[in-house]
Design a protein around this ligand. Structure first.
Ligand SMILES: [Zn+2]
Ligand SMILES: [Zn+2]
Length: 351
């Protein structure tokens, strides 16, 4: 197999050749046909997340060793089954759920692998899909995707799932409410696409890039706001008649968090999804006095991915713009993502 790997944190990925792995136990070997490139891959590639004030959370400190194959939006064809694997057959085409838990802890036993105490996600702690082969630990992580084109379907494993799960956290919003979506890159744009399938609220998008604001309007957002403008909060207040009832922040920087906090009405919920990094300070009395919720949302569950794919297969979710590139282009795609979004929509690598 050919795998495009991190050999040294932050240095260009290198293509390496290995013998095809043999699936053991319940494992399934999947021949990869497409793998989306996610902004999280930029953080994994550099090997750390920025915690603010010069602090970092490194991936190496979690016991991850190099070389590592990134890629967690993986789709492909079952190539071989381990001796104890069942539920799929060689040749079946499946989407891979990458957010795999340890299988041992309380959260895993309760079916909340996303809250696992020592998670083992594919493409971040185990080898992922920047390769032509991937080992999936169990057939239950393989999800059907019907006739959806594979380069689109793979993006639902992270970009789509992350959005779906975040939207479900604000699904109580009604028609008269406003949802503020911050950041209209690949994931934020997907939120605009998926929102009408999950909730009735009006969607206002904020982005500093006029091309992305236009893409969000074309995708169905009611209004778009430039959050680098000093009038941005006032604009949201006016468009939402007194503040958004919820915000989903796909950037997650100190600036966007502050903008979200200032743009909400009483009872509002602020959901942080993006991993840009840094610290955010707010006055504690505002939480009780304004009856606020500030929370995070991280990817989503296997059940949510199945729910989402059912909506996609039903034609309820308009497709996201997707651009296919050969696996060899992984480095230049990561560079483009790192430079703050020359990319509208999602780039998918084809081995
Ligand atoms: Zn991702
Ligand atoms: Zn666990």
């Amino acid at each position: 197999m050919r795998s495009c790997q991190i050999i040294e944190w932050g240095k260009p990925l290198e293509m390496r050749e290995y013998p095809d792995p043999e699936p053991k136990g319940s494992e399934v070997l999947v021949k990869v046909t497409a793998c989306g490139v996610c902004h999280t891959d930029v953080h994994v590639w550099h090997g750390y997340f920025d915690l603010g004030d010069g602090e970092q959370a490194t991936i190496a400190s979690r016991g991850v060793e190099l070389p590592l194959t990134m890629g967690h939006e993986v789709i492909g064809e079952v190539a071989a089954l381990g001796p104890d694997a069942s539920g799929v057959a060689v040749g079946d085409r499946r989407l891979v759920f990458p957010w795999i838990g340890c299988g041992e802890c309380m959260a895993c036993h309760a079916g909340r692998e996303v809250d696992c105490q020592s998670p083992n996600p594919l493409g971040a702690r185990q080898h992922g899909g920047y390769s032509d082969r991937i080992i999936v630990p169990h057939a239950r992580y393989l999800v059907e995707y019907g006739d959806v084109p594979e380069e689109l379907a793979c993006t639902y494993a992270c970009s789509g799932l992350t959005v779906y799960s975040a939207l479900k956290k604000v699904a109580q919003l009604q028609k008269e409410d406003t949802l503020l979506v911050i950041g209209a890159g690949g994931v934020g744009l997907n939120a605009v696409n998926i929102a009408p399938a999950v909730l009735d609220a009006k969607v206002i998008v904020a982005d500093i890039d006029p091309a992305k604001r236009q893409a969000a309007l074309d995708g169905g957002a009611a209004q778009a706001v430039d959050n680098s403008s000093p009038d941005a909060v006032a604009e949201v207040m006016e468009l939402s008649q007194g503040g958004a009832r919820a915000s989903i922040d796909f950037v997650g920087s100190p600036e966007t968090a502050q903008f979200a906090f200032d743009s909400l009405r009483r009872g509002g919920m602020q959901v942080v999804v993006g991993l840009y990094g840094g610290k955010f300070r707010f006055s504690l009395p505002f939480l009780p006095l304004q009856h606020r919720t500030v929370r995070g949302s991280y990817v989503g569950s296997l059940e949510e991915l199945k729910e989402l794919m059912a909506l996609v297969m039903d034609g309820k979710i308009p497709p996201l713009p997707v651009l296919s590139r050969p696996l060899e282009d992984a480095n230049s795609v990561l560079e483009d993502l790192q430079q703050g979004g020359k990319i509208v929509g999602r780039v998918v690598l084809r081995p």
